[in-house]
Design a protein around this ligand. Structure first.
Ligand code: GDP
Ligand code: IMO
Ligand code: MG
Length: 442
């Protein structure tokens, strides 16, 4: 049974939640491997909309085992809220949610430090989600983080908390002139969270290993996107975790020899939230059209997303860094209204055209996009479920994009709901999951 990584190929919000939800019936386990409640993965089921932040998007399918891996940072209050909201809406969590003992906690001082750092960053402000995810990963790397397992050991938790409070209060007071925290103010609520979460906290790496040995199929759900990766993204305008396919191993404890493929998710255009370079960004009427038609407002912060044309240079890079076997292209329907559609095929910088994603920050900021321009199909693809049904120009656009990035397209999404999905015949997806074949093919 194949174990597949689903990874964002742009700057996040590509529609990973929808794609994971669509594929979940064909796997046994879905595991999140990085990020925290900075993520917002939207799944639309009929008229109901769910936004998942720390819980895998497989949770809406009864019988799917969902794991929060060690690479995720967990804000326990936010996780408990998310769990309660799901239960209230009739989603069962009993016996199908597992939280890694090694996952690090987001502590109340992390969002405070996140916001304080941002407020002093001036033009190098990242535009974080303010959830404290960066400072939590910084503590993990600095070896002062507190993990889920510590939450279950009151004495150790108190010891680590006391050390951190001394250190963080100094920072908050002397560097940021911000409010301080007390041990008691955190201890009480966190011990309550411990009681609540204890039944779910376990050795998830061991469980995953046993399940895989027993023949289970695991899907790894990435958060954010390739260009936000701490190593491979547009540093320093990134998130602080390994969003790329490699993170699926370190973030779960499943070795690379047990992973069989990677599916990259990309919109048919491109968006970015927060600061940082975005070579194919556009402004004006067409950007507004994409934002409105695509409802491009952050699912966590509500911020308007910056919009632009699809960036094939970035997608080729994502294909290389993640070893993508196939792409899922989402939100094709958003382009239905465009007179022309463009694909960014190169970055022009000081007379040179880069077709491989450069590694210099200056180039990302200053490069001019080089476009291929195509006339739009200007007819509705919204809700189409069969590749052959798509307008010829839409197919040509997808096929040209696939040719430039050098990777096939296995899924095309034409609307937010589950069924507005085309599985491309002969692609990686029906090969991995033969039971998918039935749903509208080329
Ligand atoms: P994620 O973070 O990668 O899971 O993506 P988000 O959920 O943050 O953002 C994707 C948004 O696009 C959500 O509101 C989805 O409901 C919506 N969406 C996903 N696929 C499609 C599609 O094919 N067409 C349209 N119109 N909306 C889509
Ligand atoms: P999903 O999983 C889009 C962005 C923030 C900011 C940068 C760093 O829904 O695709 P952070 O709070 O992580 O330190 O912020 O990363 N960012 C996202 N952008 N989708 C996300 O998640 C994001 N998570 C973080 O806007 O630019
Ligand atoms: Mg999102």
């Amino acid at each position: 049974m194949p174990n597949i990584v689903v990874v964002g190929a742009q700057w996040g919000d590509e529609g990973k939640g929808k794609v994971v939800d669509v594929l979940t019936p064909h796997v046994d386990v879905v595991v999140r491997y990085q990020g925290g409640n900075n993520a917002g993965h939207t799944v639309v089921v009929g008229k109901e909309k769910f936004v998942l932040q720390s819980i895998p998007s497989g949770i809406l399918h009864r019988g799917c085992r969902c794991v929060i891996g060690c690479g995720v940072v967990i804000n326990p209050a936010s996780l408990i809220d998310e769990m309660e909201a799901l239960v209230q809406r009739g989603v069962s969590l009993d016996g199908n949610l597992y939280i890694s003992k090694n996952a690090h906690l987001v502590m109340p001082y992390h969002p405070a430090l996140d916001r304080a750092a941002e407020s002093q960053a001036g033009k190098r402000r990242i535009g974080t989600t303010g959830k404290g995810v960066g400072p939590a990963y910084a503590d993990k790397a600095a070896r002062v983080g507190i993990r889920m397992a510590d939450l279950l050991d009151e004495q150790l938790f108190r010891e680590k908390l006391e050390f951190n409070i001394r250190q963080k209060n100094r920072l908050l007071r002397e560097i940021y002139d911000a409010e301080e925290f007390t041990v008691e103010g955190i201890l009480g609520p966190y011990l309550r969270y411990a009681g609540w979460l204890a039944p779910y906290i376990t050795d998830t790496a061991l469980l995953l290993s046993r399940w895989i040995d027993g023949g289970a199929s695991v899907m790894f759900e990435g958060a954010q996107g390739t260009l936000l990766d701490v190593d491979h993204g547009t540093y320093p305008f990134i998130t602080s975790s390994s969003t790329t396919a490699g993170g699926a191993c370190t973030g779960t404890g499943v070795p690379p020899t047990k992973i069989h493929g990677a599916l990259g998710i990309s919109k048919a255009y491109c968006t970015r939230v927060g600061g940082g370079p975005f070579p194919s960004e556009i402004s004006g009427e067409i950007a507004d059209l994409l934002r409105t038609r695509g409802n491009e407002f952050g699912s966590v912060t509500g911020r308007p997303r910056r919009c632009g044309w699809v960036d094939a240079v970035g997608l080729r890079y994502a294909a290389r860094i993640n070893g993508l076997d196939a792409f899922a292209i989402t939100k094709l329907d958003v382009l239905d209204a465009c007179e022309t559609v463009k694909i960014c095929v190169g970055y022009r910088y000081r007379g040179e055209v880069f077709t491989e994603f450069p590694e210099e920050e200056r180039i990302w900021h200053e490069a001019e996009p080089v476009y291929e321009e195509w006339s739009g199909w200007q007819s509705a693809t919204h809700g189409m479920r069969d590749y052959a049904e798509l307008p010829t120009k839409a197919r040509e656009y997808l096929e040209r994009l696939s040719e430039i990035v050098g990777v096939g397209i296995a899924l095309v999404s034409t609307g937010p709901v589950r069924d507005d999905t085309i599985i491309v015949a002969g692609s990686a997806l029906p090969r991995w999951f033969p039971s998918l074949g039935a749903s509208g093919a080329q």
